[in-house]
Structure formats: C-alpha cells, structure tokens
Design a protein around this ligand. Structure first.
Ligand code: DC
Length: 223
C-alpha cells in the first residue's frame, strides 16, 4: 500500500459508499471524510434560513455562504459535523434534507465553497473521501479510485431498511422515486456531475454484501 494513501470512493446513492469507507478507514488507520455530509450541512442551513414557499431561495443562499462554517470535530475516523458550532449530525440525515440536497449541490458557488475544504483535508494524505466527484474533480491525483454502483431495486431496498431502522416509515416506491431523482440531478448537472473517472475501478455490489465489497476494495489497495 502507498504510504499515507489518498483514496477516492464515488458512486450512486445508497451503494454503501460512506459505511464502507468508514470501515476501510478503521482497518487502514485513515481519516474518513463523507463529502455528502458537507452538502447536507449547507442544505440544513438553507432549510433553516432560506426556505420560502416550499423552495430554497438559492440566490439568497449563495450570498450567505460566507456565514456558513462547517467543521468535522474529532475527525479521526469519527464523523461529527458541526454547523456554526452546533452538532447537526442527526439533522443531515432528515428526509427533507435528502429531498433538497441535490438541488443545493448543483450550484457552482456551493461546490467551489466546499472544494477548498475538501482539498485542504486531503493535503497530508492518509484519507479516504467518499462522494460523487472525488476521483474526477476534487482529488484527480488520488492513489486509488473506486466507483460504486448497484441496481436501483437493490439500492432502494437498502435505503428502505436504513430508514426503517431509524424508525421512519418508508414507502418503497417513494424512496425509489427520490433515489432516481437524485441520480438524475447528480448525473446531469453541468458542474462536476456524478461520473466514473477513467482510471477508477468499477464495483457493482448488487449481489455482494457490505463485507464482501470492503474485501474487494481492500484487495486492490493492499497489492
Ligand atoms: O452521499 P449523500 O447521499 O449523502 O450525498 C448527498 C448529496 O450531495 C447527493 O445527492 C449529491 C451531493 N454530493 C455531491 O454533489 N458531491 C459530492 N462529492 C458528495 C455529495
């Protein structure tokens, strides 16, 4: 394994990117950064401060980005996100945040605002970062790049189980529609769309579980 490796994990929603990256970080003693959490953090701020008529006022949000301070405390393999000194770790998983996050993540100003934070965190190496554009835009020189995918049905099933485990009553078709809508917005946006980097290893985990996916990724890294 490269010393202090930089590992990029991109892919579709509910392919297990974050939970898989977290375990790999523990096994290889790396820092784990879930970049989706940063976009969710901005969305929490937007819903609190710039939500009118069931819509986020993106113009007002973009003018207000300088008032947003996002910080991971105890980043050592622990993901605790603070927004302006307040722990928002639970709130970022709220279904309402999932509903609006792709719309916020489409904005160039938002992406540029977060680009600096993400690159600064990877400077020292020894990090695994998961998201949508890590291998293509944020860290194009990463030592290892993976792109995770799985069938829509399987991803929906996983998401429904995750929501149910949080006590949220989830309807399969509604969850599937939300996933498909997010995939569409993420893949079709003009800036940094979700796509596999040319040098990324494609991993389809439709019919393998989390542990098997982790082992597969590790088999490439440990070579
Ligand atoms: O991984 P996630 O579902 O928590 O990500 C939430 C949203 O953030 C996702 O719909 C797209 C966006 N995102 C992004 O545009 N770029 C990233 N690097 C990570 C997430």
């Amino acid at each position: 394994m490269t010393k202090n490796p930089v590992i990029a994990i991109d892919g579709f929603s509910s392919t297990g990117k974050s939970s898989i990256s977290k375990v790999i970080a523990q096994k290889l003693d790396l820092i784990h950064l879930d970049t989706g959490a940063l976009y969710r953090g901005i969305t929490v701020y937007a819903l609190r401060n710039h939500f009118q008529d069931q819509k986020i006022n993106l113009t007002a949000l973009k003018k207000d980005l300088h008032n947003i301070h996002l910080e991971f405390r105890n980043p050592q393999q622990q993901l605790v996100l603070f927004l302006n000194n307040q722990n928002i770790n639970t709130e970022i998983r709220d279904p309402k945040v999932s509903e609006f996050v792709s719309i916020v993540a489409k904005e160039a100003e938002v992406r540029n605002f977060l680009l600096t934070t993400q690159r600064a965190m990877a400077e020292q190496g020894g990090i695994i970062m998961d998201g949508r554009d890590i291998g293509t835009v944020v860290l194009p020189n990463a030592d290892y790049k993976f792109f995770l995918t799985a069938s829509t049905e399987e991803r929906t099933r996983r998401r429904v189980l995750e929501l149910q485990s949080q006590g949220v009553n989830a309807d399969f078709e509604e969850v599937k529609a939300n996933l498909l809508m997010r995939d569409k917005i993420d893949s079709e946006r003009e800036i940094s769309p979700l796509k596999q980097a040319e040098d990324a290893i494609l991993i389809d985990n439709t019919s393998i579980n989390k542990e098997q996916t982790i082992d597969l990724i590790l088999s490439y890294i440990k070579k």
